[in-house]
Structures are given as C-alpha cells and as structure tokens.
Design a protein around this ligand. Structure first.
Ligand code: FES
Length: 383
C-alpha cells in the first residue's frame, strides 16, 4: 500500500514538472546568449584539413631507385596527415577502367602536411605497377586516397624498441619511419635490418645511412655478394640479436612471404612471438589453377551487370577488368573496405579468412581475396 501511495505522490509531482516544462524552456531561451552558434568548429575544420578524403594529385617527380623500383612524388591538393608506415591508394584510369592499388608511403609525414607532397616507391610487378613503370610521366593526374593500415608504431601496442625487418621494396614504410623518427613526428627507437640480394638492389641506402643517429640504426644484409661494411647471408636470429637495441622489442616485417616464414622462425628462437611480431600484408595476386571462366552477376548501387570472372584471379580483379567502379583499399582481405554481400555461388579465400564473424555469418565476402569456384551473384557497395 505504501508503495502505491508514494507512486501517486510522485506521479502528481511529475505532472507539475511537466506543466513547468514549456515556461522553463522559454526562460532558458531568454537567458541564452543572443550570439548564434558557430557554423563550424575549429576541431572539425582541422579534422577536415588533415583528412581530406580521396584527392586529386599531380605526379611531379619520378626517381629511379633500383633497376625495378621507382619513387613517384605527387603534389597533393590538400595537406594530409598520416602515420609513418601507412599506405595510400593510387587510382588512375587505364584503357577505360578505373584501377587502383595500395602503396606504402615512402616520404615523411611532415612533408605531406607542410609541403603537400607525398611519395610512394613502387616495384615493377603486376598490372598497375607495371603500367606506372612504363607509362606514368610528370604532370599526369591521379587520385590519391586516404592513408590506411595499422603498420605503424603504436606506443600502447608496441614496445618502444622496434626492429624493422625489410625485404626488397618492403623498405618503403621503414624509410618513412626513419625520416619521421629523425624529424620528431614519431617517437620510438628503430633498428632497421634490410635484406637484399646485392648492393645494386638496395633502395635509399645513402639516405638511410644519413638518417642514422641515437634513435635509428641501419644494417644491410646481402645474400648474394660479400661487401665490406655489410652483413652477408640471410636475416638470422644472430644478426637480429647483434643489432637490436634491447631484448624487449617489437619486430615489424615488410617484404615477401618467404621472408616472413624464414625470419618468423628466427624470431621465435629469440622468444619474439605473438603480438610482438607484426607483418605488413601483401596484396593478393592470382592463384595457381587452370583458369575456368564463370558468370558473375554484380549489383552496384541498384545497377546490374553481368561479367566474366576467371577462377585464377580474384573477384575484385575480374570486376575491375570489366570496368566496374568498385571499392578497395588493402587488397589483402584485412580492411573490409570491399566487403560485399554474396547472393549465390562458391568461392575460395586466399590464405587466412580475415572477415569479422558477423560478415561470414551473414554471407559477406571480401572480393579482393576471394576466387570464384562457380557462377556467382554479388551485391557490391559503390566504389
Ligand atoms: S580491399 Fe581491404 S578487405 Fe578488400
């Protein structure tokens, strides 16, 4: 009974409060400042400047680094904020098709912010990189996407000491990190061990040497020739131990899969495993099967297309080859940017399935790392 009585009292008071609602609101409005709220806030303006989204960029310089590697520098429309180690997508129209690829940034974060310049270093391999190598010239216009990826030093996740292990063109993100450590836009200690076959295959050698100091050391390991001042052989546990600034380090690797396998075992023998080993994902290429042609029905933004897809190439490549504008960033199954609804059909995922549980449960696939095994039907977001 008590409870019901109290409830009635409170109900009555609630009614009073309700009656005062409008007069109270009027009073607050009258007491308010006559100045209008700003149409934009500095924090939002700054965020818009630092994260401009995909932007037009003019290719301003091409420098050959090695026989099969060139650095492309773009003049950006807007300044860009990125973490050293991240990648951007570079997009161009080739023979009527919109094609884009992710490339690790090789220039420093401050150069993109202050001078609106950004460089990527590209090895001549694959369709888009080969096209760039042969056709791109200064003055050409491209679209450069937002910086993406988590291959950068994170003070919460990673040790202060980092051993960077690079193979071939995998040197690119580390060159950006070494510049960032030097200029002070990143704060960690980096020992970079760079594996190459011969002296001629080393990109940025002199520039990396010039950046060495308290927080950056550079070691080169040549597998196919002996040179004074260089280690010879492969990147073994002994070499890592010899040069690492501390026993407590995070290993960050960027290079070919074969290097990940070999160096992964060497790191294991040093007790460096799990989250202390980080690898930059490589783009998924063709698979080694006899090509079979399937029909692929694709719906993009309500428009329907019917194209051919080969069993040896990813579904993303098939859509791009057919001239469809589809979303992609990492091309390695990790970012989820290309995730598309599977209506019907069979497919095989290259390597580890990196989809979120909900995606696999509700039949979403990542076309960038999936190969068709039958006729298929997909709903793809706008590119
Ligand atoms: S493009 Fe990143 S998951 Fe497909």
């Amino acid at each position: 009974m008590d409870y019901r009585f109290k409830k009635q009292i409170f109900g009555f008071m609630d009614l009073l409060r309700f009656k005062k609602l409008v007069p109270n609101r009027r009073r607050h409005l009258e007491e308010g400042s006559p100045t209008h709220l700003p149409e934009s806030y500095r924090v939002n303006d700054t965020a818009a400047v630092l994260h401009p989204g995909p932007q037009k960029a003019v290719l301003s310089e091409i420098i050959r680094q090695t026989a099969d590697t060139k650095t492309y520098t773009f003049d950006l429309t807007s300044p860009m904020f990125f973490r050293a180690g991240q990648y951007v997508t570079v997009r161009a129209e080739i023979d009527g098709a919109i094609v884009q690829r992710p490339y690790a940034v090789s220039s420093s974060p401050l150069t993109a912010l202050r001078e609106k310049k950004l460089s990527v270093t590209v090895k001549k391999a694959g369709y888009f990189s080969g096209w760039l190598f042969e056709n791109a010239k200064e003055g050409d216009e491209f679209t450069v996407g937002d910086p993406s990826g988590d291959f950068y030093h994170d003070g919460i996740r990673d040790s202060f000491h980092v051993v960077g292990i690079a193979g071939g063109s995998g040197i690119t993100p580390f060159y950006s990190m070494a510049q960032a450590v030097k200029e002070g836009s990143e704060d960690f200690d980096l020992t970079l061990i760079y594996g190459a076959r011969t002296l001629k295959d080393i990109a940025f050698a002199d520039k990396l040497k010039a950046l060495t100091g308290d927080k950056f050391r550079f070691v080169c390991v040549l597998s196919d020739e002996k040179q004074e001042g260089f280690e010879h052989g492969f990147i073994t546990a002994d070499i890592i131990k010899k040069y690492a600034a501390s026993d407590d380090f995070t290993a960050m690797m960027c290079g070919p899969e074969a290097m990940y396998k070999f160096v992964g075992k060497e790191l294991e023998s040093l007790g460096i495993t799990g989250k202390r080993v980080r690898k930059e994902a490589n783009c998924i290429g063709n698979r080694d099967v006899k090509p079979v042609e399937y029909n692929l029905k694709v719906s993009i933004g309500g428009e329907n297309f019917e194209i051919k897809a080969r069993s040896d190439e990813t579904i993303l490549t098939a859509m791009e080859r057919a001239g469809l504008k589809v979303p992609s960033k990492c091309r390695a199954g990790g970012c989820g940017y290309c995730h598309s609804k599977l209506v019907s059909g069979k497919y095989t995922i290259s390597g580890i399935d990196k989809r979120r549980l909900a995606d696999s449960k509700f039949s979403y696939i990542h076309p960038c790392c999936s190969y068709p095994d039958s006729d298929m039907e997909l709903i793809v977001p706008n590119g």
